[in-house]
Design a protein around this ligand. Structure first.
Ligand code: FAD
Ligand code: UDP
Length: 372
């Protein structure tokens, strides 16, 4: 083997493909019994395509990433829409991200875009320095909208207050003065036509690639003869947690098929910021476009224990990560890539872009420049 790749998610599979195309022999292992990492999807008992680890909507502004993945899948155009229900007793739902409709419906107003901008200017609490997610939200929409839509959701999702999280977390959600109710505004927004797992099957289908699932690095790492390792699991686990555990947030997914319900909710995802133990419900038919007399949904329950899904961005965790990164920086034959290994709140396209850059750097045809 030239390269052992730990993890068959977007980070590992993209790196594997590109190294194999550059002429290497690559072994990809994953401790789970399947490929595709957290993007894994499957057919449930009713035959509907569902995402095993919560809703995954593909969106990117990178033509390069989109072109690369398009080699392995056709696409179904899809623009995700989300509603938020701040009070489950009334059940009234509002567009999320907050836009003109959200404000008019919530406060019984009839503002145009300029009026919405004036409204937000009046209610926002300007901050001279934006450090935390609380700063981000108060600075853009003020206290009432923060309490109704952000504080409770964030507390549930992360087990932390908005003020304990880096600004980048809440900054993922824009504020709009127009009626655009799409969750994302990226240039490319689409779902793999036959699902993510099928995309990964094609991505990993190369004579230079061998895949072994249900295989943990801890079990086989020392037995595999290779020149180098690409690791996409949690970086602190690789180093035996020697500086302590990096916090990751986990989720429990409750999948349900509703046999007598053709449509459960009007949009792909409904968020429940202030009620219930779950944060949101996603109905997969919106994402996949499938027809069926029943429908399949998933509820997400955030937890501390369990599989690591999210790095938790704040300054204390970043400082601990930096200590692990210093160990990684002096490695010459081990490379860390992906959401868990780089401890970055990456979307799928960002992971693919990072893996493409790594594969290019490792490729035998690469011309090293001084900044590499
Ligand atoms: P992963 O997919 O986690 O892959 C890492 C793999 O390494 C795993 O399969 C794991 O089993 C394996 N592994 C770890 N340790 C070991 C070991 N010791 N030995 C062997 N194998 C090991 N992104 C979007 O762009 N759009 C979305 O809508 C979106 N929604 C999301 C919703 C949820 C609930 C979650 C959790 C994430 C979402 N993401 C979304 C982010 C997306 O899942 C990630 O960006 C992407 O899947 C990360 O790819 P990765 O390869 O870095 O990590
Ligand atoms: N968020 C919120 N209310 C919402 C949606 C998002 O407070 O209705 C905050 C929350 O802290 C969340 C973060 O914004 O974790 C990022 O949301 P996103 O939908 O991007 O999360 P993901 O899909 O990655 O779980």
């Amino acid at each position: 083997m030239d390269t052992l790749i730990v993890g068959a998610g977007f980070a590992g599979a993209t790196t594997a493909r590109l190294l194999a195309e550059a002429g290497e022999r690559v072994l990809v292992i994953d401790k789970r019994p399947h490929i595709a990492g957290n993007a894994h999807d499957r057919r449930d008992a009713a035959g509907l395509l569902v995402h095993s680890y919560g809703p995954h909507i593909f969106h990117t502004n990178s033509e390069k990433v989109f072109a690369f993945l398009s080699r392995f899948t056709a696409w179904r155009p899809y623009e995700h829409r989300v509603l938020a229900v701040p009070d489950a007793r009334t059940g009234r739902a509002y567009p999320m991200p907050i836009n003109r409709t959200t404000i008019n419906r919530l406060y019984g107003l009839n503002l145009d875009a300029a009026g919405t901008a004036d409204f937000l200017e009046r209610v926002r609490e300007p901050r001279s320095t934006i450090r935390t997610s609380e700063d981000v939200v108060l600075n853009s929409v003020g206290r009432d909208l923060c309490e109704k839509f952000f504080r409770g959701y964030t507390r549930k999702q992360w087990g932390l207050d908005l003020s304990e999280l880096a600004g980048g977390v809440a900054a993922r959600i824009p504020t709009r003065t127009n009626d655009d109710d799409r969750y994302f505004t990226d240039r490319f927004q689409a779902m793999p036509a036959e699902g993510y797992t099928r995309l990964f099957e094609r991505l990993l289908d190369h004579p230079g690639i061998t895949v072994q699932t249900a295989t943990a690095y801890e079990e086989v790492g020392t037995q595999i003869d290779r020149r180098r390792t690409v690791f996409s699991g949690p970086i602190d686990a690789y180093y035996g947690h020697r500086y302590g555990r990096l916090p990751y947030r986990s989720l429990r997914f409750e999948h349900e098929h509703l046999a007598r319900c053709e449509q459960y909710q009007p949009v792909g995802t409904v968020n429940y910021p202030n009620d219930h133990a779950y944060t949101r419900i996603t109905e997969f038919k919106h994402l996949t476009g499938e027809s069926h007399h029943g429908t399949s949904i998933v509820r997400e329950y955030p937890t501390t224990e369990g599989e690591p899904y999210y790095p938790i961005p704040n300054s204390a965790n970043e400082a601990l990560f930096k200590r692990y990164q210093a160990l990684a920086d002096v490695e010459t034959e081990v490379f860390f890539i992906g959401r868990l290994a780089q401890y970055r709140y990456y979307n799928m396209d960002q992971v693919v872009a990072a893996a493409m850059a790594l594969a290019e750097r490792l490729s035998p045809n690469h011309c090293p420049r001084s900044q590499d």
